[in-house]
Design a protein around this ligand. Structure first.
Ligand SMILES: [Zn+2]
Length: 285
């Protein structure tokens, strides 16, 4: 599943490609989108804004409609110049939005709906910007309170709840726990408020830093970048613990551990020495 920083970058690149020019072509293989486009054609409208909300990408059109897409595991948006060869087969195409300069293609985007401002506000799946670690409107104090009420859950699982903290994906989950010294399997009730505060600050910092490494005006197509939470340039060495099972911890040399965690069976990496449980118990990995 794409991480919040990936969706954010996709939104920014799509925004650069699409805003300020009239849409010349809109088409989709989804009957509901086609019907909506027949009733209120998108062609001729402007894209006012492209926005990331958690793992949702929102494209706001000047006619008042908003196209929302969620990539789940399989979907991606690509940006091409006219005539440029697509990197996926045409059969994977679900949505095409064109203007005079660019062709943006949603490949295998499994969720795509057209909304009004009202239906968007009512849709509880779309996180409020105040919950999104990448939003300027992010409210850390509210986020601390939302984490604190989930006392029985393990901190790494809680970091993944989009209705608690939008924008943190599975890679960042492990990295945030490592840089704050928190054991990912520790229940929230065993953490101090300062520890929760530190985890949320680390989420903002790490996810935010990955958005900033983007280079100027370059259009970035979804999915091709390495996430970086250390300062090394070798991509295979760009993370603290994620994907490093059995390798030495970058801080203490202990073996990095790996374990499946939570109701969704997501993989977690950690260093037991740098991230001890508060009661000193061991977690097998
Ligand atoms: Zn360590």
């Amino acid at each position: 599943m794409p991480e919040g920083d990936t969706i954010f970058r996709t939104a920014r690149s799509m925004g650069r490609a699409l805003t300020g020019k009239p849409v010349t072509v809109f088409r989709s293989t989804y009957p509901l989108l086609t019907r909506s486009n027949d009733d209120t054609p998108i062609a001729g409208q402007f894209v006012e804004r492209v926005e990331a909300r958690g793992k949702w990408l929102l494209i706001h059109f000047s006619g008042g409609g908003t196209l929302i897409t969620h990539m789940l595991m399989s979907g991606s948006w690509h940006i091409y110049r006219h005539g440029e060869r697509w990197q996926q087969p045409r059969t994977n195409m679900r949505i095409v939005i064109e203007n005079s300069d660019f062709v943006t293609v949603g490949f295998r985007v499994p969720v795509a709906e057209m909304h009004t401002a009202q239906s968007l506000m009512r849709d509880r799946r779309i996180p409020n910007p105040a919950m999104d670690v990448l939003s300027p409107e992010f409210n850390a104090e509210e986020a601390i309170r939302r984490v604190a009420v989930l006392g029985n859950e393990e901190i790494a699982d809680v970091l993944l709840h989009q209705e608690v903290l939008a924008g943190v994906g599975n890679v960042f989950k492990s990295e945030i726990c490592f840089v704050t010294g928190l054991n990912p399997f520790c229940r929230v009730s065993a953490l101090t408020q300062e520890q929760v505060r530190a985890a949320i600050a680390a989420a903002q910092k790490l996810v935010g830093a990955n958005v900033l490494v983007d280079s100027g005006d370059t259009i970035v197509t979804y999915g091709g970048r390495q996430r970086r939470t250390t300062h090394e340039s070798d991509p295979s060495a760009s993370l603290w613990v994620y994907g490093r099972n059995g390798e030495p911890c970058r801080k203490c040399g202990e073996r990095v551990r790996r374990r499946i965690q939570g109701p969704d069976a997501r993989v977690t990496f950690w260093c037991q020495r740098c991230q001890p449980m508060p009661d000193g118990s061991d977690v097998d990995g």
